[in-house]
Write a protein that binds this ligand. Structure first.
Ligand SMILES: C[S@@+](CC[C@H](N)C(=O)[O-])C[C@H]1O[C@@H](n2cnc3c(N)ncnc32)[C@H](O)[C@@H]1O
Length: 190
């Protein structure tokens, strides 16, 4: 299904931004610098950090813009696949870190459970899963854009209940933002 969102502007805006703070924090909990997956990597600001830290990085994103972004990073430790999370065959017990920064809410709700299960099973024991889930009070839920998945705090925690939750932070604010945010930041260990 074609993506109803044109990501060009987002990519332009974020390409030279620093990596997501939540990923920086998650890295302080990573035991091994081995393999990482950047799920919905966008303009790759987080993949760049992971490469710098020494990870072998797989990035998946369904946007055709991915090819150009990845092509500009000349690093043999970067592997990229233009695919959706719903379709990607996540390998089992492969990654030390799975990062899904501001991307999971774009998953087709029908496949959300399946995608979360696959992400968790792709982690090695001790591996870190970090990212955000979005609440239905987040302003983006009012947009009629297809395939967005929203959770309550309880649901978000339940998705992580078979992991050690290192951080679970609810953020609801408009301050300094262009919209009403209501999200759950998380860092969890398998
Ligand atoms: C808000 S951007 C976040 C990008 C990046 N993680 C960041 O923090 O800048 C969401 C990204 O998810 C990707 N995306 C959306 N739905 C997807 C899906 N179903 N499968 C894979 N990627 C998806 C988009 O192409 C976009 O690059």
């Amino acid at each position: 299904m074609p993506d109803p969102i044109d990501w060009t502007e987002w990519y332009e805006m974020t390409r030279s931004q620093p990596p997501n703070d939540l990923l920086v924090e998650a890295l302080s909990h990573a035991k091994d610098i081995g393999k990482a997956i950047d799920i919905g990597g966008g303009a790759l600001k987080d993949s760049r950090l992971l490469l710098q830290k020494g990870f072998d990085v797989t990035v998946i994103d369904k946007s055709p813009l991915l090819e150009k972004e990845a092509g500009e990073i000349k690093n043999p430790r970067l592997h990229y696949f233009m695919t959706s999370f719903e379709d990607y065959s996540f390998p089992v017990e492969e990654y030390d870190l799975a990062s899904a920064m501001h991307s999971l809410s774009y998953c087709d709700p029908v496949y959300f459970d399946h995608v979360i299960t696959n992400i968790k099973s792709s982690l090695k024991k001790g591996g870190i899963f970090c990212g955000q889930m979005y609440d239905s009070c987040d302003q983006w839920s009012k947009n009629l854009q297809a395939h967005r998945t929203y959770t309550t705090a309880d649901q978000a925690r339940k998705y992580l209940s078979d992991m050690e939750i290192i951080l679970f932070k609810e953020e609801e604010t408009e301050k300094g933002r262009t919209k009403h945010w209501h999200i759950y930041d998380f860092i969890a260990r398998k």
